[in-house]
Design a protein around this ligand. Structure first.
Ligand code: AKB
Length: 320
């Protein structure tokens, strides 16, 4: 017990991509859980927050220097290029998503780090994967560079766990929705943008069709899921690629209907672009029974509850 207490005291968590949509909220969650001094947020852009370090995740030597400097015991490696932007620059997306993961895993082995967290995505599924209630294990044929990098990364994580006992854990996130930071470069970004436009302008032009169902999750659920997975005893983690995880699935039309309950005059139009094809290759709902069974996952937010929180907390742009 005393030993565990001491170990916990020494926990140092390095977070990459800490200024991103997920990173900024996960850093807050980790600080609440383990204390401000246990968390070392890093990003390629500078920031003023405590313990912050600038880090380009493609610079392995710089990453190693930070591990040594701070006595890092865990890494949450969030820096990545998402699906839509990845299609604009596939080589860069592959390098960023895969080379940085390889560095993190090699350094984890070399410095005997306790645990690594690495996010995967519903993008690992593809056009011939089952669409409804997509199982943990099934045909996976992603056709975006982002999805291909995430599927390869999953295999790599399982490999280093089996071969080198690197305790790396992962979740296949659906679209994540929160009001504190904007997403960037994803196919599910519309589901955040819609709230900002509803509140700011009362109307929204959606880049997906009205009936495109996608799995989504409110940010507080995503942060709680991530921290619970990382706190679970090692022997409970049976899936060493990445866990399916789900909360809510809805279409843009259903989300608009939920917004109209609070803003009756809200108006949505549909102008699908290239992201429609990406969305159509992904599941519309996810079977996450393995996560529920192995480490007790359960979501707390449904669509209407999320809509209320989003619309209450998004700040309307100041008019000039
Ligand atoms: C994206 O849309 O690319 C991401 C994801 C589902 O991984 N939000």
């Amino acid at each position: 017990m005393e030993h565990r207490k001491n170990n916990q005291k020494m926990m140092k968590i390095l977070v990459t991509g800490a200024l991103g949509q997920l990173g900024s909220e996960l850093v807050t969650g980790l600080r609440e859980e383990y204390g401000v001094d246990s968390v070392i947020p890093t990003d390629i852009r500078p920031d003023e927050q405590p313990n912050f370090e600038v880090l380009d995740v493609l610079d392995k030597k710089a990453m190693e220097r930070l591990i040594v400097k701070h006595g890092v015991t865990q890494i949450y490696h969030l820096a990545a290029m998402l699906s839509a932007r990845g299609e604009e620059m596939p080589s860069k997306a592959w390098r960023l998503n895969i080379d940085s993961l390889v560095s993190v895993l090699e350094l984890a082995e070399k410095h005997k780090l306790d645990r690594i967290y690495w996010p995967s995505s519903i993008a690992v599924f593809g056009p011939t994967s089952p669409k409804e209630n997509t199982p943990q294990d099934c045909i996976m044929d992603p056709n975006t560079i982002y999805g291909i990098s995430k599927l390869s990364g999953e295999r790599l994580c399982e490999y280093v766990f089996n071969k080198f006992d690197v305790d790396v854990r992962s979740l296949r996130y659906p679209g994540l929705i929160g009001y504190k930071a904007l997403p960037g470069g994803g196919t599910t970004d519309y589901a955040v943008d819609i709230y900002h436009k509803a509140k700011g302008e009362g109307k929204f032009s959606c880049f997906l069709t009205a009936d495109t169902y996608l799995p989504m999750m409110y940010m507080d659920d995503a942060v709680r899921a991530t921290i619970s997975l990382m706190k679970a005893p090692k022997e409970n983690i049976k899936v060493r690629t990445s866990y399916n995880i789900s909360a809510i699935s809805f279409s843009p039309a259903e989300q608009a209907a939920s917004i109209k309950k609070m803003i009756p005059e809200f108006d949505i139009t549909y102008n699908p672009d290239s992201r429609q094809q990406i969305a159509e290759s992904w599941p519309s709902s996810i079977d996450d029974s393995a996560a529920r069974r192995d480490w007790g996952w359960k979501e707390e937010y449904d669509l209407d509850k999320m809509t209320e929180i989003m619309l209450e907390n998004i700040e309307t742009p100041v008019s000039h």
